[in-house]
Design a binder for this molecule. Structure first.
Ligand code: BGC
Length: 931
């Protein structure tokens, strides 16, 4: 038995994070026992754990997912902690020592914000030199810089983080980072240098009426820092930013997220400029919430392409976001430029889908051979065009994939490589867009925290990665924005110049915290966000008035749906007022549920009542007295079932099925309908349709993009047409995660792993795999907060099923075997049937362990063939072909174009009527041949 994955506030050994109380978590693996008997957390101020400052004592209710220690934290302090856990099999183990360290907390800053008088556009380097006379035992750097900064001591970068101090509304708060710089503080003269560049605070970023804005939050490069030194003799000293610092011009001539960077290595102006104290008001500094952005992966070019236009292009093989490392061997004064794009067009480089974004990197060589990289930008790309190079060698270039430091937690392997690739693409779109904020896309002139996109993708994101800390920061920012807007949630978080708010998008304020609670099981997120959730629904209530204004207000609705009527504003064919209203209802329900969970029963009642009133109004407005939904679209029915608003559910199910039939079972949904489509279908007895939609390889469908070579999720179903050309619409990114929400269905329905609301954080799960023979097999692993669950099914050679399940220590699965005959449960020798509940069918209760069962299913796991099957399907197998040729000897003479007709149609063409008994006979023959 071992204890691993120890986290404080869901982060591994966090240093200088915003923290009121620590919340500890850990996972137990390799135990003989099934559950924890007790746990005990101890916190000390020394790594030997002698000076204990907190001891939970042995607690049977010790929660391994989120144990909040009620302790008072001090600033500038490293706390060490261990957890001891015992299992129900008598095992006992103590974890390795983990730590967390507080930042300045409420301590005032001695360092001052400084700026230089270099003109606005000039990128500065702030620097100072100091003599370190004594041996340093411990040193911390507390630092922030605007727009973005990179700090160096004696020429060495102080951390492996990039794009600090990260992205938030800088008018409300500014994050600083804490670095352990002890090893860099050698005795003697040290130089401290800080490079500043544009980013989110200043430079081209955000949307305004002209498309983009230059100075969202400020126009001056600013720096603040303190280095706290503790000497071996016990004395202390602080190096602070003040007027003794100096500035010089940086070789970085230009930088911005949208445009890229210009770096002049031959730049030789060493002129020293004074710095001054910035006296103007600036938002308060705070410990960070942002996870570090790091180089998470490195990609080697997979191809060097010489295009028909004689361009030199590298293919990184994977669309992603980040930058590069490049060996430069060019002569002094030589200017080279790199251009970044997502897809070739007719074999040539293309970046026409970036709108006004440029995504370039220009470098002027100084004649020295060196390895370079950008500093204050990032690129969304798969292809890079190199221009102006005289001395380029293939191995000179490496792609650095940058994203927030998140761990992958979900893995999917099925019987269909295209589906596997789709799941992978969803993961890659998450990696590409989780760059401190959940962005819509990483390449064009947007890259903003669009709330609608974030909302629809959140559950899939929680399966893919451990996103607790990431969303916590995003949601914190959301509430900050709401505070000055009477609860309204702007289109994007941070607002970055946007002031409008709308339904469905703004409902991210309730949907995301609730999803995070459900997936990670830590109530703190609801505690922290409860006021924000409430503020959002109260804002809608006020905006709604007595006149139902909310439904008249603009919303992006079912954005980009194929049933949209207006190409310029594709809000979908579903009544946007209906969508805004039912999301309002859904948000109110979530607030009520959050209140119950937080044991705020008075408020829960208030919101429950409001939700009930709303439901009645919705039923009056949008349903006929007989129960027909007046919003006759796929998304209309999907949302009605998802949010449970119909009086006559069966009728809505039928109408949903009809809505697909009349569109030849093709989807026409956008962001809203698509994100829940397969989930709703599988939850409402239409699992076969969910699979048909998933497995459809034509446009519109997920696998169309995969077949076209996509390595990330496209913004539109038809982002590229059949010939691989970009669709002509202005909005066309190949890396937009919204439709990647299908991964949630893969885990929840196909594999069947679903968190139980009564035991959030996967302490208990409903395990209801929903197989379909067309997929062949599904093998899903999810590293949940409690440990790894695995759910796998496979169609056996005899068209039955083999099911494999793994349940982690402390977890519990309520398994409902798909298509299992009653006799299966009699096999008491198999541990999977050790505890079976007969309640609404059979349910196996599984504690920690691995399980396997193979059985003959009630319905064979293969296609049911019959007279209604298309001729093409029947002719595809030798044995069924024999039957057809016997019945219709002319069949092989007929053109292939007739093969999409059913056997019955063909038979009817020859004879007038076919008797039902003959139909049965033929069906039997066919299925016998197929078996
Ligand atoms: C973004 C979207 C976003 C939308 C609002 C677009 O430009 O890329 O994904 O949600 O605007 O409709």
């Amino acid at each position: 038995m071992i204890i691993e994955h120890t986290r404080t506030n869901h982060i591994h050994n966090p240093m200088g994070y915003l923290m009121e109380k620590p919340v500890f978590s850990y996972k137990v693996t390799g135990a003989k026992g099934k559950r924890q008997k007790y746990g005990r957390i101890r916190v000390a101020k020394d790594s030997d754990m002698r000076g204990i400052v907190y001891d939970s004592s042995e607690r049977e209710d010790m929660d391994s997912i989120a144990f909040c220690a009620d302790m008072q934290l001090e600033p500038y302090t490293r706390y060490y902690w261990t957890v001891e856990a015992a299992s129900d099999a008598g095992e006992k183990v103590i974890s390795d020592v983990s730590w967390f360290e507080t930042g300045k907390m409420q301590e005032a800053w001695e360092g001052k914000w400084i700026f230089s008088e270099l003109n606005e556009g000039t990128h500065p380097i702030f620097f100072c030199n100091r003599d370190i006379k004594k041996e340093v035992q411990n040193a911390r750097m507390y630092i922030s810089g605007l727009g973005l900064y990179e700090a160096y001591i004696n020429g060495e970068k102080v951390s492996d983080e990039y794009l600090t101090p990260y992205c938030n509304n800088y008018d409300q708060w500014i994050q600083y980072q804490t670095y352990d710089v002890t090893d860099m503080m050698k005795t003697g003269n040290i130089s401290i240098e800080v490079l500043l560049g544009n980013g989110w605070y200043k430079g081209r970023f955000g949307l305004d009426e002209d498309g983009t804005t230059e100075k969202l939050y400020g126009d001056t490069f600013l720096l603040i820092a303190e280095i706290h030194l503790e000497y071996g003799d016990g004395s202390k000293e602080i190096i602070t930013t003040d007027e003794s610092w100096k500035a010089r011009k940086s070789p970085i001539l230009e930088s911005s997220f949208y445009n890229g960077e210009v770096y002049d290595a031959s730049f030789a102006d060493e002129t020293v400029y004074p710095v001054r104290i910035w006296e103007n008001p600036i938002a308060p500094l705070s410990e960070r919430l942002s996870l570090p952005i790091k180089v998470k992966e490195i990609l080697k070019p997979t191809r060097v392409i010489h295009t028909p236009k004689e361009e030199l292009v590298l293919d990184l093989g994977q669309n992603h976001s980040g930058w590069f490392q490049l060996k430069i061997r060019e002569d002094k004064g030589k200017k080279v430029t790199l251009y970044f794009g997502e897809e070739l067009q007719d074999g040539c480089f293309y970046n026409g889908n970036l709108r006004t974004g440029k995504q370039e990197y220009t470098y002027i060589a100084d004649g020295r051979e060196q390895v370079i990289r950008p500093h204050f930008t990032s690129y969304g790309y798969r292809y890079v065009k190199l221009e102006g190079f005289e001395h380029f060698e293939e191995n000179d270039y490496l792609g650095w994939v940058l994203y927030s430091d998140l761990e992958e937690t979900g893995w999917i392997k099925t019987g269909n490589p295209l589906v596997d690739k789709l799941a992978e693409n969803s993961m890659w779109s998450q990696k590409s867009n989780f760059l401190d904020i959940p962005m819509d896309c990483p390449q064009r002139d947007e890259r903003m925290g669009w709330t609608g996109d974030a909302q629809v993708f959140a559950p899939a994101a929680c399966f893919n990665m451990d996103t607790y800390a990431f969303y916590r920061k995003f949601l914190f920012d959301m509430y900050e924005e709401q505070k000055s807007r009477n609860g309204a949630v702007p289109f994007t978080i941070p607002a970055c110049g946007q002031n409008s708010s709308c339904g469905v998008w703004g409902d991210a304020a309730t949907i995301i915290p609730f999803a995070v609670y459900q997936y990670f099981g830590d109530k703190s997120i609801l505690k922290e966000q409860y006021e924000s959730m409430k503020a959002w629904v109260n804002y809608i209530r006020d905006a709604n008035g007595d006149d139902w204004n909310w439904r008249k207000r603009f919303t992006f609705g079912d954005w980009l749906a194929l049933d949209s009527h207006n190409e310029k504003m594709p809000t979908g064919g579903t009544d946007t007022g209906y969508l805004a209203t039912i999301y309002y209802y859904h948000s109110t329900v979530l607030v009520a549920q959050a209140a119950r969970i937080l044991e705020n029963n008075d408020e829960a009642e208030v919101f429950e009542k409001r939700a009930n009133d709303l439901l009645l109004e919705i039923q009056q407005e949008y349903f006929s007295p007989n129960g027909r939904l007046c919003v006759d679209t796929q998304t209309g029915y999907l949302t009605a079932l998802k949010f449970n608003i119909a009086k006559d559910k069966e009728r809505i199910k039928e109408a949903l099925r009809e809505s697909f039939k009349r569109n030849e079972d093709k989807l026409e949904t956008g962001f809203v309908g698509t994100s829940m489509m397969c989930d709703v279908l599988s939850s409402n007895g239409m699992n076969d349709l969910a699979y048909s939609l998933l497995l459809n390889e034509e446009c519109p469908g997920w696998l169309y993009s995969v077949k076209k070579g996509a390595t990330t999720i496209w913004e539109r179903w038809d982002s590229l047409d059949d010939s691989g050309h970009f669709s002509t619409s202005g909005l066309n990114s190949l890396n937009h995660y919204s439709y990647g929400a299908i991964v949630e269905w893969m885990f929840k329905h196909s594999a069947g792993i679903s968190p139980r609301l009564t035991a959030p954080g996967f302490r208990e799960i409903d395990l209801q795999p929903k197989p379909d023979y067309r997929l062949g097999k599904m093998d899903a692993k999810y590293d949940s907060p409690i440990g790894i669950y695995r759910s796998a099914w496979e169609v056996t050679e005899t068209h039955g099923l083999r099911v494999n399940v793994e349940v982690p220590f402390g977890g519990r699965a309520y398994l409902r075997l798909p298509f299992a005959p009653e006799s299966v449960y009699e096999n008491k020798g198999n541990p999977i049937f050790a505890k079976v509940l007969k309640e609404d069918g059979y349910c196996c209760i599984l504690e920690a362990g691995s399980y396997e069962v193979e059985y003959k299913t009630t319905t064979p796991m293969k296609a049911e063939l019959g007279v209604h099957s298309p001729i093409a399907e029947l002719m595809a197998q030798d044995k069924t072909k024999e039957v057809i040729v016997e019945l219709l000897p002319m069949i092989t003479m007929l053109p292939q174009s007739m093969y999409d007709r059913s056997l019955l149609e063909m038979l009817n063409m020859g004879k007038k009527t076919i008797e039902p008994s003959q139909i049965d006979e033929i069906n039997k023959l066919l299925n016998k041949a197929y078996a």
